[in-house]
Write a protein that binds this ligand. Structure first.
Ligand code: DX5
Ligand code: ZN
Length: 217
């Protein structure tokens, strides 16, 4: 699968989001972290801002919902997104959330936190377009990748190959030019990068560099 780079706008200037999006036009996806202050301690933005973002970019929005009650909220976000990711740990009925996202016209993805084993979700992945393996505890940008999460990427990739699934595997948290090759070798194809893209002086060059460092399996 072709490597995709998804800059996280959590590291952008929230007072100038339209201008910030213009600086990352080489992105394959725009990663938008929606946090509710309950599922995670941090609070970011909601549906009205996601709607406006969708109106000022042609790059598909990749929404990462770190919120409670995805059964209620996921479909409201999905109409403005290319893909919507909810957290397995927040869902009471993951199958329902997946079908609601699809019905609203977006690709369906599910995420697992560092403490959740792949075996807990393996029977759900055949229903997904993408599995997000969190490589940090969700809630904040600028953290270092937790190395012990990487074997879950290997495990998910092996499961998808053995079962002939078209599953994209995304990693999020602490992704840098120093670890992206290792993550891609483990089987990830979609890479969220907040700090590493937004701190670069030429963000589009950094996106291109990250993409070229990721080895396509
Ligand atoms: C953390 C978010 C990430 C975050 C990544 O909860 O899900 O998307 O923005 O930021 P970096 O790349 O700085 O770790
Ligand atoms: Zn995220």
């Amino acid at each position: 699968m072709k490597a995709r780079i998804a800059p996280s706008i959590l590291s952008a200037d929230f007072a100038n989001l339209e201008a910030e999006l213009a600086t990352i036009s080489h992105a394959d996806l725009i990663h938008v972290d929606v946090m509710d202050g309950h599922f995670v301690p941090n609070l970011t933005l909601g549906v009205p801002i996601v709607k406006r973002l969708s109106e000022v970019t042609n790059v598909p929005l990749d929404l990462h919902l770190m919120i409670e009650s995805p059964e209620i909220w996921a479909s409201k976000y999905a109409q403005y997104a290319g893909s919507v990711t909810f957290h397995f740990e927040a869902a009471t009925d993951p199958r329902l959330v997946i079908s609601e996202i699809r019905k609203a016209g977006a690709k369906a993805a599910m995420s697992i936190k560092p403490g959740t084993a792949f075996s807990e979700v393996s029977e759900l992945v055949e229903l997904l377009d993408m599995l997000l393996v969190m490589t940090v505890e969700p809630g904040f940008g600028g953290q270092s990748l937790i190395q012990s999460t990487v074997p879950k990427v290997t495990e998910a990739f092996a499961y998808a190959s053995n079962n002939s699934l078209e599953l994209s595997i995304q990693v999020d948290g602490g992704v840098t030019a120093d670890n992206i090759a290792e993550l891609s070798r483990a089987g990830a194809d979609t890479f969220v990068a907040g700090t590493s893209v937004f701190k670069a002086t030429d963000r589009n060059s950094e996106i291109d560099r990250l993409r070229s460092l990721a080895i396509t399996i």
